[in-house]
Design a protein around this ligand. Sequence first.
Ligand SMILES: Nc1ncnc2c1ncn2[C@@H]1O[C@H](COP(=O)(O)OP(=O)(O)O)[C@@H](O)[C@H]1O
Ligand SMILES: [Mg+2]
Length: 591
Amino acid sequence: MTIEHVKTASANQTYRRLFNYTKPYWSAFAISIIAIVIFSATEISLAAIMEPLVDGSFVERDPDTIRLIPLAFIGIFIIRGIANFVTSYGLGWIARNVIKTLREEMFARLISLPASFYDQSTPGQLMSKLLYDVEQVANAVTDAIIVVIRDSITIVGLLAWMIYLNGTLALIILLTVPIIALLIYKISGRFRRISKMIQASMGDVSHVSSEIIEGHREVKTFGAQQYEIKRFDKINQHNRRQRMKMLATDAISQPIIQFITVLGLSLVIYLATVPEMLEQITPGSFISFVTAMFMILTPIKRLTKINGKLQQGIAAAQSIFSLLDEPSEPDTGTKTIDRAQGDIQYKNVNFSYNSTNGKVLEDISFHIKPGQTIAFVGQSGSGKTTLVSLLTRFYTLNSGEILLDGININDLNLTNLRQQISLVNQQIVLFNDTVANNITYGHTQHISNEKIIAAAKAAHAWDFIERLPDGLATQVGQNGVLLSGGQRQRLAIARAILRNAPILILDEATASLDTKAERHIQAALETLMEHRTTLVIAHRLSTIENADQIVVMHDGNIIEAGTHSELLAKGQHYAQLHSLQFQDKSVETTK
Ligand SMILES: Nc1ncnc2c1ncn2[C@@H]1O[C@H](COP(=O)(O)OP(=O)(O)O)[C@@H](O)[C@H]1O
Ligand SMILES: [Mg+2]
């Protein structure tokens, strides 16, 4: 999808923007350019030296020239070698710095992007930008700078030398150059189009493979190996086709360009040998002219070749810039609260994820006082998760407002708002780090072990942490795979306890656990809920009977609200849900 979303900047704008990244290194850039120019000069002097070599050494047998020419060769190659080193090193240094800056910016941008952006992109596509596209840009631009500058100077220099030697013959060469230039222009457009498709298809390759890596258990249990292999095959095949198109364009363009050049060359040789011309030309200048003609072929060839690479680089840069241009989470709020009381009010909140899908929440209003617990129940898909995630401003309301301690949350500084809230949900995210660092995640200052242990104890996590091979220093593995579901949950609770935010959101925090593990966690959650305003979404109604308010949701609407006993007495929706669960339980026990 990313590709369609790219507001394609013109190649020119992209060059300029990319060039801006090299500005801090302008001195290194200047030195490299000088080195490139010097290198090109040695190239031209190699053609030029042919004239005195042939006329002076062989025809006239001038002793000075005979002695000087070998020395001149050595000198030219020493200068050439040094210039070559300075160029490669200097431009390489700039490129690596630019890559580092681009990665830094992309990373910072990714961290600041709103939830809605992540809903629409896949990790694979984003990773491919960060890893593959950035390298593409660097390779392309470095090579392109070297080749474009060096070879255009060389071409112009050699042409000038040929004109100086013989204007008539040079004219023929001059006529073939525009034809070649036109060809390059035509080919470059095609290169860029294919490059974009290759990038998108690299994103797909990494997307599908990262899905089977992350979901390897599901793939195995559902026996979906063949399906995944087929799916990957298709993408892989598409990638190969695009690559082949690129390769074919590249392969056909080169012989055509060379053929045109050789036509010009043959014409020159033919014309140079007609009698009138032979009188004007010395053997030295003819050899020098033909040398220059042969030498001009290589830079022309390289120029046409580099073009493909440069186009790849531009396409990659456009993909990078499109990410950098994604708007960050809106944060215009300026007010801050030290520590919220925890008075939360939703007023006529309406919300939809996007304009095409219908409303997800309709006219939601409720009020919850500091320290109270409000519970949301209802079928899955009724909008409970959406409702609580609006409090953290993961998404923007369509209309209505949410007040925290009487302040519209949009007027609060985003970081400050989120500092007031701890979130524990069903999908616990742990980082591939130690138990201790997972518990203290997000704290910038050092937290003593005593504090961590106290939090772990309150979360009923300490007994299992103690038994881990390295205690608090144990590595939990990627997303905590080395721990059980209940253990992960308790780590998340310990994290929330240590965070000590005045507002707590529990979204099906115990849904995936068995009853035995749940008892521990229920106790841990109760500790956590003390003195906090809590919004809890619970699958098992038994866990929310003591809530100050229970809200029943259906299709994005509040259809009932009250305390447990009030709602039971009413005998409607909540009472129905309740008796359903009670039935399930009795069935379970009689089994
Ligand atoms: N990120 C999202 N983008 C688009 N639609 C979503 C997103 N998350 C949830 N929805 C839709 O919003 C509705 C409410 O979902 P959700 O709040 O998760 O319900 P619940 O938590 O009650 O199960 C569902 O129809 C769901 O498909
Ligand atoms: Mg949910």
